[in-house]
Design a protein around this ligand. Structure first.
Ligand SMILES: [Fe+2]
Length: 294
């Protein structure tokens, strides 16, 4: 991928042993990096998971219990899927910056999107046992993340790529990500009903980082077990695209300074970018937004 572009990731690839993961991104369109390769301890993941559950409770008023699920009968409503998506998580504290600036994530994202990519979405998912009234094997329909760009695509130069931090065990029964290996190379959308029979689960223990290509066909399996599946995800885009959630001028200076990689974080947040404009607004708890063209 991107043979013409120098991305300066060689050192990290060597240090963390990422060669096979890069080959998988080319061949399969998805790779699962284990906790041991990330060199992160259990506490790192527990803190992130617990922070997500706290935010989920604060935003919904519902307590989420890891082993039994939400203390609310969300599933009683017809057609309820059995998950919530918590957006703009970067505004919720330093834990959500760490998932962006980890060296392995940075290297693999840089491999897919080049060195000047942006954070497009900062979301957490809390998923619980799929209600009986939800029909079908999948709870998220099969799609590609770069579907806003009309095909044909060049698989060697994705517009979008995604990271999923698995904060609970990912098995098919636990409602894992479902994907079709190699589908990114087809450079098209799946036809209706085409993807599910070809799909496999992204099975990964808690503490794994799943990275995948924006043209990969993917969805999620229904969760047949009790308890929660907790995920921190983040779509990223190339610099010519406007992020779906825009963070420019809205991240506290203190968060950037406390980052393990302030320059990369600034770049992800479009802090130095001058051409793509968006109207400023103020997010509670953060400094007032600056004019977007500064
Ligand atoms: Fe997706």
């Amino acid at each position: 991928m991107q043979p013409e572009e120098s991305t300066n990731i060689e050192e990290t690839v060597e240090e963390y042993g990422l060669k096979d993961h890069i080959a998988e991104l080319d061949e399969i369109g998805l790779t699962i990096v284990p906790q041991s390769t990330l060199k992160l301890d259990d506490d790192w993941f527990d803190e992130l998971r617990d922070a997500i559950l706290r935010v989920g409770e604060a935003r919904t008023g519902v307590h989420f219990d890891l082993s039994s699920g939400p203390y609310d009968d969300f599933g009683s409503r017809p057609g309820e899927i059995g998950h919530i998506i918590l957006s703009h998580m970067i505004f919720e504290g330093q834990a959500f910056e760490k998932v962006l600036t980890h060296p392995v994530k940075k290297a693999l994202m840089t491999y897919m999107l080049g060195s000047d990519h942006r954070l497009a979405v900062s979301d957490a998912w809390i998923k619980w046992q799929t209600p009986d009234n939800w029909e079908g094997e999948s709870t998220t329909g099969f799609h590609v993340d770069q579907g806003m760009v009309p095909p044909p695509w060049n698989w060697r130069v994705p517009h979008i790529a995604n990271m999923n931090w698995a904060l609970t065990d990912y098995t098919k029964e636990d409602g894992a990500l479902a994907y079709v290996p190699g589908s990114h190379r087809l450079e098209r959308f799946p036809e209706p009903e085409e993807a599910l029979p070809l799909s496999v689960p992204a099975e990964a223990p808690k503490g794994s980082l799943i990275m995948f290509h924006g043209a990969l066909w993917h969805g999620a399996y229904r969760k047949t077990t009790p308890g929660l599946r907790v995920t921190m995800l983040g779509q990223h885009c190339r610099s010519y695209m406007m992020p779906f959630q825009d963070f420019k001028g809205r991240i506290p200076k203190e968060m950037i300074e406390a980052s393990q990689n302030p320059d990369y974080l600034r770049s992800l947040m479009r802090e130095g970018e001058r051409n793509l404009r968006v109207e400023p607004f103020e997010v509670p708890g953060t400094p007032a937004a600056r004019a977007s063209c500064n």
